[in-house]
Write a protein that binds this ligand. Structure first.
Ligand SMILES: NC(=O)c1ccc[n+]([C@@H]2O[C@H](COP(=O)([O-])OP(=O)(O)OC[C@H]3O[C@@H](n4cnc5c(N)ncnc54)[C@H](OP(=O)(O)O)[C@@H]3O)[C@@H](O)[C@H]2O)c1
Length: 216
């Protein structure tokens, strides 16, 4: 049995990640501001990612961050940039694999001016993670929905648009946590009925590593 920390494990995608890890017999710590609402069986750890409590990650075998950015630009910067960077530094120091749930449009915030500042804060968090020295994977969902997964298309380069099931995102996140070939890679996810059940290890192995990856 391993121990995983899911920051944002009370959220809709985070809960699915927690459920999958718990179903595999792992201990799961749910870290969020409202961690008391953690799914049954998970250990709650009240934490604001804007000021992450380092001890929460002690002894963890993997960390997932699936946190919705605050609307306020300064708070978004505190959570999605500095908070992510702080956890990335812990992950690097303790050699803990970290999977960050991000979003599409990271490289083209002008396409969504209404959330451009949140996207830019998030991009700075991604960049900090890439150069942290941690073993990381960045999963960028397109627009999320709660219907069952309807196939998955994996892309890199952040040029697409579309929708993706939260269930498929959770599958990708959990697969990446356990697969070293996902390390140092960033990819986008879209529904695609023509690609029913991806073999994640084959998909991860075929992806291009991020050029900024510190390399391990
Ligand atoms: N909605 C979309 O279409 C879309 C598209 C692409 C990517 N995404 C991203 O995909 C991820 C999952 O989205 P979702 O809709 O499943 O999430 P969600 O249901 O909105 O859940 C968000 C989670 O973030 C936690 N959280 C928020 N602020 C936090 C903070 N300061 N510190 C710690 N935890 C915090 C919340 O817990 P507490 O409130 O208890 O703190 C909650 O568990 C998010 O990163 C989201 O931005 C969303």
């Amino acid at each position: 049995m391993s121990t995983f920390v899911v920051v944002g494990g009370t959220g809709r995608t985070g809960r699915l990640v927690v459920d999958r890890l718990a179903a595999e017999g792992h201990e799961v710590v749910v870290a969020s501001r409202g961690a008391a609402e953690a799914p049954a069986g998970a250990r709650p750890a009240t934490m604001d990612l804007a000021a992450p409590e380092v001890s929460v990650f002690a002894g963890a075998d993997g960390v997932v961050i699936s946190v919705e950015p605050p609307k306020d630009p300064a708070q978004a910067e505190a959570v999605m940039h500095h908070g992510v960077a702080a956890v990335a530094n812990v992950a690097a120091r303790e050699d803990i694999p970290l999977v960050l749930v991000s979003q599409i449009y990271l490289t083209r915030p002008a396409e969504h001016p209404e959330m451009a500042e949140r996207i830019e804060a998030r991009a700075r968090g991604e960049a900090a993670l890439r150069t942290s020295g941690a073993q990381y994977t960045i999963v960028r969902p397109s627009w999320l929905h709660d219907l069952p997964a309807d196939g998955v298309r994996v892309e890199q380069g952040d040029t697409g648009d579309g929708r993706i099931s939260r269930a498929a995102v959770a599958d990708a996140v959990v697969a990446a946590l356990f697969d070293p070939s996902a390390s140092g890679k960033t990819f986008e996810l879209y529904d695609d009925p023509e690609s029913p059940t991806p073999d994640w290890s084959t998909v991860f192995a075929a992806l291009t590593e991020d050029p900024e990856h510190a390399g391990l």
